[in-house]
Write a protein that binds this ligand. Sequence first.
Ligand code: ZN
Length: 360
Amino acid sequence: MRPGRSRIARLAAGLLAGAVLACAASPAQAGPEASSAAPARGPAVAGEVDHHMHVHSPAILDFLPHYCSSEGRIGPCPVEFTKAYSPEDLVAQMDAAGIARGLVMSTAYLAESPMMQPPRPDAPRILREANAWTVGLARRFPGRFGIYVGVNPVTATALPEIAHWGANRDVTGIKLHLTNSSASLRKPGDVARLAQVFDMARRTRLAIMIHMRTRETDYGARDVATFVREVLPAAGDTPVQIAHAAGWGGIDAQTLSALRAFADAIEADPAIARHLTFDLAMVWKADTSEQDLAALASLIRRIGPEHFVPASDFPFSGDLVDYYGKVYPRLPLSADEWHTILDNHPAYDRADFAQTRTRP
Ligand SMILES: [Zn+2]
């Protein structure tokens, strides 16, 4: 299950392959060569654990046509998002990329998204069914997945749903998605509810994974300041993973502002980062500018590569061999920095985290 070759050798091959592809004269020349070479060379830079993956449950697949055609959507659903990938498809992708273990984020919270208009009266049932199916993956594929149940943190369902799963020893953590939940770090009521959710996670020792970028067009430093001051302390010593390096995928001024604010806060008080990690899921793409890549790399250095973890946001990443082999090596980090990130194993990575987190 574990990749047989040394990670450093694979990393070196990956960085080289990335450089070769970046220099390729035309896509037509690079295409066939790259696709035939990739399986033989194997994955270049996938870590042993992918910290951010999705596979929709049947309950959410049933719900998606209603959700994607809802008037409350801010845009159409991406094609990758609506495809019916099976857990077997996900495992096959992981095997091809040499990934031993994936942290699977339940998409149950979609059922309680305010983007669903009119709201479904049976949303709590869909939420529960979707989470239950996702939790079942832990037993169906022993050791392969860490399971995060999804909730919308600003609904009345959030705390009871977390309490329901708190004692379940197949559950690693909770997944929150502030954009999808239309939660704001500028509304005191939302901030208070988020702090309650973090406190509940602390009491049940569930890890937290949060997509914290909100829908505010000027999201950034001030939202991070509120989060660090009023939400994060409620988590205590339970681990918190910030998705997409504090953005929502891609690099723009807002994401850099947010990540810079974390760097400033951690430099002022390193204790903030003790249980904090940032995932690198879909933060840069095949066409991200060198300038943006350099800006991200310098913020990773300020915060410390030991606070970053590899992740794909599959299925949004597309094929994982391509993603880790071609897109990942574009980030201009040193071999040592890459090694630190790819071999970074926070406590919640471990297969026994879910079994051992519940207090007697
Ligand atoms: Zn995601």
